[in-house]
Design a protein around this ligand. Structure first.
Ligand SMILES: [Zn+2]
Length: 276
């Protein structure tokens, strides 16, 4: 019995690998690049430097959201070992600390500023975060001139899945318009605050004119590419080197898929067998 189960699991894994690995592009999620004690969203600069050096040494090529979109929708070729680097919230240290390192390796990335919080203190994070500032409009322009990308992260960083319709539209359309008019760019891509979304959010994002949206790995279906649920991998402050190596390799999607299957199997077992 056990052997049959093992064979079935192996076939499922091979099937999953054949279908998903060629299309898998790691998308890393960063916030602050700074030394902040007890803040999992602040990666110390020396760790970030090590990670970029690792990507450089191992032949990774950073791509833009537009390149990823063209790959998924038109099959446009990507460079060898593509990877997408993303920064949430638009902190000033992305410009002062991360950008010089990105330039050193000729890498590109995307930042997601919160349009009503551009050039302000980070008081939307009113839960005990260390005070810092976000890039202002002028700095965001310099960010663009340095070959980096900017995309939307709403106006005020709400949990979109609990927003009522008018607020949802306002957050999604308002931030898009604001970035487009102030920076003279197209804002085709969205990043969901906290990675949270539901069907109403996806519908509103499409209606607002976005072409794709970024979420977080844990909250998305990995069986197919969903342009409005692009899976990102969080890089926390304590990120170890071995785990970073795993996260940027194609094995990570298998690792996550197995973890999700295990969870689904346990839920199924609980639902159907526990009370019998
Ligand atoms: Zn955010």
């Amino acid at each position: 019995m056990a052997i049959y189960l093992l064979v079935i699991i192996l076939i499922a894994i091979i099937f999953f690998l054949r279908k998903n690995i060629p299309a898998y592009v790691p998308i890393l999620m960063y916030h602050r690049i700074a030394e902040v004690p007890n803040d999992r969203n602040s990666l110390p600069p020396e760790k970030f430097a090590w990670q970029l050096n690792y990507l450089h040494e191992h032949g990774f090529h950073t791509i833009t959201p537009a390149m990823l979109y063209a790959f998924y929708t038109q099959g446009t070729a990507l460079p060898h070992k593509p990877i997408l680097l993303t920064f949430d919230d638009g902190y000033t240290d992305n410009y002062t600390v991360a950008l010089p390192l990105l330039k050193k390796y000729n890498m590109t990335s995307v930042v997601f500023p919160i349009s009503e919080w551009v050039g302000k203190k980070n008081h939307w994070e009113n839960f005990g975060k260390q005070e810092t500032t976000t890039m202002d409009w002028q700095v965001l322009e310099s960010w663009l001139q340095a070959g980096q990308t900017i995309a939307s992260h709403t106006q005020n960083h709400p949990f979109l899945h609990v927003c009522k319709q008018p607020q949802l539209q306002e957050e999604l359309c308002g931030s898009k318009k604001s970035l487009e008019s102030k920076l003279k760019i197209n804002t085709d891509f969205l990043c969901y605050p906290y990675g949270k979304f539901n069907q109403a959010v996806v519908h509103a994002a499409k209606k607002a004119g976005y072409k794709a949206a970024f979420a977080i790995f844990e909250n998305v279906n990995l069986r197919k590419i969903d342009l409005f649920a692009l899976p990102r991998i969080p890089i926390p402050d304590h990120q170890s080197k071995w785990e970073f190596r795993l996260k940027v390799s194609c094995l990570f999607i298998v690792f996550i898929a197995l973890r999700k299957w295990e969870r689904e199997f346990k839920q199924y077992r609980k639902k159907y067998f526990q009370h019998k």
